[in-house]
Design a protein around this ligand. Sequence first.
Ligand code: APR
Length: 229
Amino acid sequence: MSKIVILTGAGISAESGLGTFRDEGGLWAQHRIEDVATPEGFARDPDLVHEFYNAQRAQSRAANPNAAHFALAKLQKEHRGDIVLVTQNVDRLHEAAGDQDVCHMHGFLDGALCSSCDTRWPAPLVMSTTQQCPSCNAQTTRPDIVWFGEMPYHMETIYHHLSEADLFVAIGKSGNVYPAAGFVQEAVLSGADTLELNFEASATISQFAQAEFGKASEFVPTWVETILK
Ligand code: APR
């Protein structure tokens, strides 16, 4: 198992107090995706979108990583092969735990993006429509988040790593959102072993060779010890 590609979802941050999207009472039960997670929603009501991500950003900055995040940092440090860490999460908990080179395929709450010239800069805690781009001065600043209908980041790099993986592991994701939900199939096609670690069976469970269910803060450290041993 020299090259391991790991994909994490909202479930890995749940025990740090950050709500998931589709669990009972989750974010998508409280907010309409069309309103806060689409370019059309942003065009219609940018203040509403900023309000939504300002609240996410404040929670993310106040949250602490849990044992699952720390265990992945240990794996990155001690595993003699390659560990590639891809996340759908936009929070900063992987980095706060010391995880290196985290590939945020859905963007980052702590990033700001100019919709006019694509300039990126660190996001202030509270973003608004009056913020100007430091490069072109346009007032078209948006959170650097990939919305529905937009292409996720780093896809070529991710597919390259999947094509070389010996093991693909999905942690804390429901398997409802593509292209991430299709990574297991890519891994299988390249001959990799596959493992799902989740609270319950995901929508793509049938495509995984192995699975374990429970809380990320419990099973990720145990799994990491097994790999390192
Ligand atoms: N430990 C492990 N898994 C957990 C835990 C936990 N403590 N708590 C919840 N889970 C699991 C749930 O069982 C569920 O399968 O995490 C998963 C969370 O699923 P979603 O809320 O759908 O989150 P995710 O799969 O990351 O969503 C994908 O959808 O809304 C978009 O862009 C957003 O990146 C996000 C994408």
